[in-house]
Design a protein around this ligand. Structure first.
Ligand SMILES: Nc1ncnc2c1ncn2[C@@H]1O[C@H](COP(=O)(O)OP(=O)(O)OP(=O)(O)O)[C@@H](O)[C@H]1O
Ligand SMILES: [Mg+2]
Length: 315
């Protein structure tokens, strides 16, 4: 079976992590000194947090890194007690290196409730004589202050268009792919700086052809053709709400698009639809609101239908 590309192309060395120079320089200093405090990594998905934690350990411990690196997921549904027991067990085993501490990497730390974080904080203190924690999260604001103040905080930035293009070129070169300009700009737009998503989409696309065109990406990414979205907006704008709703159903149910992708595409296409500027501005504001609600977990069908209803009354 083919290895999944996100693992195959996970950089082993800190220097090979893309686009995070400021973070990487500081991490390299820890490797050099062979010492570090607890760390808190924050940043959106797929920007190199786990990758950097592993690369740091590989450089710190060399071949022994595996025995000195323990990965846990905080969203483990069995809760903080299970996590504490696992940490306890791991912390008890002796370190097999001259470094004097082992690393416990905890992903999705922001999924812990504040009570669970308080318990984690005590655990961190208890084992800090022989363990360093690296906590990883999407939003550092969701981490309680007492933990933040015990960690050196590292903000991983979202990767820029240039970083993403470099990454696509690198994968294309390694895998012998021909990626068209349209495909690249679609990938950049859809993946919003998430290199994991880009890597996965390229692998899916490349499973059928090495000639990666815009259409191939569109099919793998499940994004609608721009005409379909424009049509949806125009239909609603003509006041034909029921017809617009049935097109929306098709996109979501039959084509499997996600609500967030559709909102994003509506946002991109709204500028192309002939409409009074004032109305457009109001709609853009509404789109922003719907997007926010979806991110916060609102029902996508309800939000999208409400948005279409709004467009239908903007005539
Ligand atoms: N900065 C980067 N440089 C090179 N590759 C990257 C980078 N960020 C992500 N990748 C690619 O994406 C994959 C996933 O990255 P990683 O696991 O580090 O993301 P993450 O920031 O930990 O995301 P999450 O918040 O979802 O845990 C990597 O295996 C690698 O292929
Ligand atoms: Mg991760």
């Amino acid at each position: 079976m083919q290895k999944i590309w996100t693992e195959k192309y996970r950089p082993d060395r800190l220097d090979d992590v893309y686009g995070q120079q400021r973070v990487i320089e500081r991490l390299k200093a820890y490797v050099k000194k062979k010492s570090m405090p607890h760390l808190l990594f924050s940043g959106q998905a797929g920007v190199g947090k786990t990758t950097s934690a592993i690369a740091l350990s590989k450089e710190m411990y060399g071949d022994d890194w595996d025995a000195n690196f323990f990965e846990l997921n905080a969203s483990d549904e069995r809760g903080i007690d299970v996590i504490r027991n696992k940490i306890k067990e791991y912390a008890r085993t002796s370190t097999r290196s001259d470094i004097g501490f082992k690393i416990i990497f905890m992903d999705e730390a922001d999924s812990l409730t504040s009570d669970a974080q308080a318990a984690l904080r005590r655990t961190m203190e208890k084992y800090s004589h022989n363990c360093r924690f690296i906590l990883s999260c999407n939003y550092s604001s969701k981490i309680i202050d007492p933990i933040q103040s015990r960690c050196a905080v590292f903000r991983f930035r979202s990767l820029t268009e240039d970083d993403v293009n470099d990454w696509i070129d690198y994968l294309a070169e390694e895998e012998g792919l021909d990626v068209s300009e349209e495909a690249k700009s679609l990938l950049v737009r859809v993946c919003k700086g998430d290199l994991r998503r880009i890597t996965n989409l390229l692998q899916i696309s490349a499973s059928t052809t090495s000639d990666i065109t815009g259409e191939v990406v569109r099919r793998s990414a499940n994004i609608a053709r721009p005409e379909e979205i424009r049509d949806l907006i125009k239909t609603a704008f003509k006041g034909n709400f029921l017809e617009a709703k049935s097109r929306l159903d098709e996109l979501i149910i039959e084509d499997g698009l996600s609500g967030e992708d559709i909102i994003q595409q509506i946002h991109n296409e709204i500028y192309e639809v002939p409409m009074d500027t004032q109305k457009k501005m109001e709609l853009v504001d509404r789109i922003g609101e719907a997007e926010f609600r979806l991110v916060e977990g609102a029902d996508e069908m309800i939000q999208l239908e409400a948005l279409l209803a709004d467009i239908a009354t903007k005539r």
